[in-house]
Each structure stands twice: as C-alpha cells, then as structure tokens.
Design a protein around this ligand. Structure first.
Ligand SMILES: CC(C)(COP(=O)(O)OP(=O)(O)OC[C@H]1O[C@@H](n2cnc3c(N)ncnc32)[C@H](O)[C@@H]1OP(=O)(O)O)[C@@H](O)C(=O)NCCC(=O)NCCS
Length: 204
C-alpha cells in the first residue's frame, strides 16, 4: 500500500487539514467490557504474561506464538476484561480430550474434546487483589455452562494458588505429570456438567 508523505506523517499536516477537535463531546470507551480475544489481542496478553510470569520465573504458560495459535484456533474459549479499552485480565482455554493433562495439552487444541483446558488466567499487576481474577473466572465458568459440548474445565497451578481456585469451585485432582523447569503443579478440575441446574436457569 502506498501512502503520501503528508498522510503518513500526520503531525506534518498543515493546520487547515487537521481534523477539528470535537467540542463538548468526550471520547467514550466502555468503562468495563468482557469479550472473547482475537489474535490482534495477543501482544496485550503477552505484555501481562511477561510481567506476571517471565519476570518472576523466566517462564510463562503461553509464549507469544502460542497465544496467537490458540486465539486463532479457539478464540471462543478465551475471555478478556477490558477497562476503557485496555486489557486488564484474561483467560485463554482450548479443548482437551483426556482425563488428565499431558505435555501435549500445553500446545494442542482437540476440537472434539469435552474438557476445557484453561492455560492461563492472569490479571494486570495494577489491577490485582481487587476481585477481578475471581470475577473473570466466575464469568468464564458461567459462559462454559452455555456450551453444550463442555463437561468440565481443568487447569494446573502452583501449590500456592490451590486455595484461590478452590474458592472458584475447582477440586484438586492430584499432582500433575507436567513439570516446567523446576516448577511443579497441581491439577485441578471443575465439573461444568455437574451444574445442570444452574445451566437450566442461566438463560443460555
Ligand atoms: C492469581 C491471580 C490471577 C489472582 O487474581 P486477582 O484479581 O489478584 O485475585 P482476586 O482479587 O480475585 O483474589 C485474591 C485472592 O487470590 C489469591 N492469590 C492471589 N495471588 C496470590 C499469591 N501470589 N499467593 C497466594 N494467593 C494468591 C488469594 O487467595 C487472594 O485472596 P486473599 O487476598 O484473601 O488471600 C493474579 O494475582 C495474577 O494474575 N497473578 C499472576 C499470574 C498467575 O499467577 N496466574 C495464575 C496461574 S495461571
């Protein structure tokens, strides 16, 4: 695509060509918005991951290409929380087709699976400890109840976060076979189907 020098460098536009500043109208982005993510959100996701994980352990649940991979294959299993257009928290999931998670689960999406593997939940540093992680997980699980093919959600986490996920209704399955460097994990599971009553009454 070609671009004239003037349009490519807006600050060089002559004054009479600049768009008028709207009078009395405020720029409005939704204060709070929840929506599925798309591959275009991958950079924002990875910025949060970089701070939340890489700066702490040098590792992260999903590298940038993996974020793009899952947001291309199964964007409907992601959920982002945006404040005034800025991503503040997110969940990325994919489908899995076995009882327990294996190394393959870290990179694969199994379209015929009935288990949602939650790869990552993360909240931007400045928005933590405000209930956002719990609320986002709650909304995500509500949403999963509306997907008829989903029976359960699983995740693996470090031991210190087990109580956090238990508060959201997850149950400990046991130690995970998966290790990442020195990190070991507990596998946890949430029965989506076990909430049939809530599904019937959730307006799906
Ligand atoms: C874990 C995380 C998602 C929680 O989100 P949040 O919005 O801060 O959590 P909430 O405000 O909903 O709930 C706070 C609770 O989370 C738990 N929690 C959060 N961070 C914790 C930590 N570092 N150690 C232990 N518990 C923690 C506690 O139970 C806490 O409750 P308390 O303050 O009464 O002890 C968020 O802290 C985060 O993004 N951390 C970095 C990334 C990460 O570890 N993600 C999870 C693994 S995939």
């Amino acid at each position: 695509m070609t671009m004239s020098v003037v349009s490519a460098v807006p600050f060089m536009k002559p004054l009479h060509m600049r768009s008028p500043v709207p009078q009395g109208r405020r720029h409005t982005l939704p204060a709070s918005e929840f929506r599925s993510l798309s591959p275009e959100d991958a950079i924002s996701v990875f910025e949060i991951e970089r701070e939340a994980f890489i700066s702490v352990s040098g590792e992260c649940p999903l590298h940038l290409d993996e974020v793009r991979h899952f947001l291309t294959l199964c964007p409907e299993l992601s959920l982002g929380w945006f404040e005034e257009g800025r991503l503040v928290a997110f969940i990325i999931g994919s489908l899995w087709d076995q009882d327990r998670l294996t190394m393959d689960a870290l990179t694969l999406h199994k379209p015929l699976g009935t288990t949602v593997h939650i790869h990552v939940l993360a909240v931007h540093r400045t928005f933590r400890q405000q209930g956002k992680g719990s609320i986002l997980m709650w909304r995500y699980l509500q949403y999963l109840r509306c997907l008829p093919f989903v029976r359960r959600a699983v995740l693996m986490c470090e031991d210190f976060l087990v109580p956090f996920y238990q508060k959201s209704g997850f149950k400990v399955q046991g130690p995970s076979d998966i290790t990442v460097g020195p990190l070991i994990f507990t596998e946890m599971s949430y029965s989506v189907r076990g909430h049939a009553f809530m599904r019937r009454n959730s307006g799906c």
